[in-house]
Write a protein that binds this ligand. Structure first.
Ligand SMILES: Nc1ncnc2c1ncn2[C@@H]1O[C@H](COP(=O)(O)OP(=O)(O)OP(=O)(O)O)[C@@H](O)[C@H]1O
Length: 597
């Protein structure tokens, strides 16, 4: 409410700004220019926010992207005598291409290494700017980049509104992207590439898309910068020019939509206030960044959000009674040919150096069953699952999904219907419970990211249906009242359940749960068992890796028992319970398995 009011007031002031300055000042164009500059910086900071905040990609390339965009506009407007609009479009295209090229060479790089690669790329972009004289104008740059309208030079006021419109576009793009399936996929990759892959998300594609979008937005800010100042030279790409964007982002609040706007506005006002002492500007910005990091590490907006009742803060939600009805949204697996295994591994071998983690393992998991994989610690259970789902490259053997050879990458296996929940909880803690479930639906989404950004009817339809479905699934697991809380506020048991719900949301045909019962209360165990039974009844194959022998024996139709990377027994719980090999492996003597736990 308060935010809404402030936003409306800010928009009104921005729209009326040229009239206000005209009325109150003899130097109106100066003040219009200050706000336009701040708006251009905000556009670049929005791009940085998408990359670092929502994508978890430390980018040192942003001033280089601004330079690339500015050079593209300069080239079109001055050298080709094109229109400013064409210049702006070129800046977006060039920014996108440069960002995507850099991303392609750094696909496997993690946070810090990605930062270093973008740093190197920035140096290269600046150097190209200095040396590619016919296009960039070399060290001197290009001047005379003037926007025209109907053959006349565009007035400062008109240009102000062009910049404002571009800022609005950048902000809307950021907001709509972040709230779309593509945005959730980027955030999933930010949290864990492995978990994202288990939901059918390709980390490489998600990163490429996000960084490409960031490049386009940063390029746009470069094009506007060139048009506003009338020139562009390679110094624009120098790293110290980029500091102001980092200060604005961290001061305003990284990973918040409005943070870049607030942060840059704050910095712009401050810089204006100390303009008579301009030589201290860098010092002041440095101190400001330091102070922000120490006092309000979430930034102004993040801190404000965390302080509001019920927003970004855990609050006790009521305990829920589980509904008896199974929601329709729990998937049903149909048309499976008789006798074909849902997931099958034959002769799987995996060595880690001298360790034979798996040594010729055969496993057949039938649809409509709960299949337990048990064995002592280190017997190879998790490795087997990683091999079956292609997280590990297998040394020997074959993996088949419904009779066909399994694809060779983890996210394609997920798309083929095999989803896993990891042994160590891999929730997306910084987003809501509901968003976690929505992320699990990513591979079913049919709308494009452009459709989401422009909020096409297909996006609205699907988004509405997904949200309803996600809430139904949460209600079935007893988590409905927690849907809008941050996932980090859940108890351990609730997090485990949420992970299962998120996996179910992807409508898998095979669901692999690695030690899901660890740390669950008896009520939570009941809820988990109920969910597994429902999935089995709907034709799914559920694979359980568990140490809780009672839980496994009570739930599973079939078991595969591993020891030292080999199958030592397989069959019904009754058979396994009395197997001499199993008793030996668990107890080293012939006593009932239940006593091992
Ligand atoms: N990435 C790896 N590098 C080296 N060795 C590994 C790796 N992953 C597993 N191993 C080894 O492979 C063997 C099987 O490990 P795995 O984690 O699959 O067993 P597990 O049955 O799942 O054990 P637990 O019940 O303790 O989770 C162990 O000896 C383990 O040390």
């Amino acid at each position: 409410m308060i935010l809404g009011g402030l936003a409306v007031a800010a928009i009104a002031v921005l729209l009326a700004w040229p009239a206000i300055t005209d009325y109150y000042s003899y130097n109106a164009s100066y003040y219009d220019g200050i706000v336009a500059s701040a708006a251009i910086s905000t556009i670049l900071t929005v791009s940085l926010n998408l990359s670092m905040g929502y994508g978890g990609m430390l980018s040192m390339l942003h001033s280089g992207l601004q330079l690339a965009g500015g050079c593209a506009t300069g080239y079109i407007v001055v050298k080709l005598s094109g229109s400013w609009l064409l210049g702006i479009l070129a800046s977006v295209a060039v920014g996108t291409v440069v960002a995507m090229l850099v991303l392609l060479v750094s696909l496997r790089a993690t946070y810090l290494y990605f930062g270093m690669i973008t740093l190197a790329a920035n140096l290269i972009v600046v150097e190209i700017g200095r040396d590619w004289e016919p296009v960039t104008g070399g060290v001197v740059g290009v001047s005379g980049i003037a926007p025209t309208l109907g053959g006349e030079l565009m007035s400062k006021q008109s240009f102000y509104y062009v910049v404002l419109a571009c800022l609005a576009l950048a902000y809307i793009l950021q907001r709509n992207f972040v709230h779309s399936g593509a945005g959730r996929a980027s955030m999933a990759v930010r949290e864990s590439s492995d978990t994202a892959s288990a939901m059918g998300i390709s980390p490489a594609r998600a990163k490429l898309l996000l960084f490409g979008v960031c490049g386009g937005v940063a390029g746009l800010s470069g094009g506007l910068y060139a048009l506003q100042l009338g020139f562009i030279n390679p110094d624009v790409g120098l790293l110290d020019n980029g500091i102001v964007f980092f200060v604005g982002l961290f001061l305003g609040g990284i990973s918040t939509l409005i943070g870049p706007v607030v942060g840059v506005a704050f910095v712009a006002v401050l810089v204006e206030l100390i303009k008579d002492q301009a030589r201290y500007t860098t010092l002041v910005l440095g101190v400001l960044l330091l102070a922000a990091m120490m006092v309000i590490p979430r930034g102004i907006v993040g801190t404000w959000k965390a302080s509001r009742m019920g927003r970004d803060r855990p609050f006790p939600a009521e305990d829920e009674t589980l509904p008896d009805e199974v929601p329709d949204v729990v998937p049903e697996v149909r048309d499976v040919p008789d006798g074909v295994a849902a997931l099958e591994g034959s002769g799987i071998a995996k060595h880690f150096g001298g360790v034979r983690a798996l040594d010729g393992v055969d496993v057949r998991i039938m649809p409509g069953t709960v299949h337990g994989i048990i064995g002592p610690n280190g017997s190879g259970k998790s490795t087997l699952v990683s091999c079956l789902t292609r997280y590990h490259r297998i040394d020997h053997g074959q993996v088949r999904i419904f009779g066909a050879e399994a694809p060779h990458s983890a996210h394609h296996v997920a798309r083929a219907g095999v989803t896993r929940v990891f042994q160590v909880p891999h929730l997306f803690e910084r987003v809501s419970v509901l968003d976690n479930v929505l992320t699990g639906m990513r591979m079913r989404e049919s709308y494009s990211w452009v459709g989401a950004v422009v909020r096409a009817p297909s996006y609205h339809r699907q988004d509405r249906a997904e949200r309803e479905e996600a809430r139904e699934l949460l209600a079935f697991a007893g988590l409905a009242s927690r849907a809008d809380l941050l996932a980090s506020s859940l108890s351990h048991g609730q997090k485990r359940l949420l992970e299962v719900v998120r996996a179910v949301a992807g409508r898998p045909k095979v669901l692999i749960l690695d030690e899901p019962a660890t740390g669950l209360t008896s009520d939570e165990l009941d809820a988990l068992a109920r969910l597994c039974r429902v999935l089995r009844a709907r034709g799914l194959a559920v694979v359980l890796i568990e140490h809780d022998v009672d839980f496994v024996m009570g739930l599973c139709d079939e078991l595969t028992v591993l020891e030292s990377g080999k199958v030592i027994e397989r069959g019904s719980p009754k058979r396994v319970r009395t197997s001499a090999a199993v008793l030996e492996a668990y107890l080293g003597r012939s006593e009932p398995v239940e006593e091992a736990s």
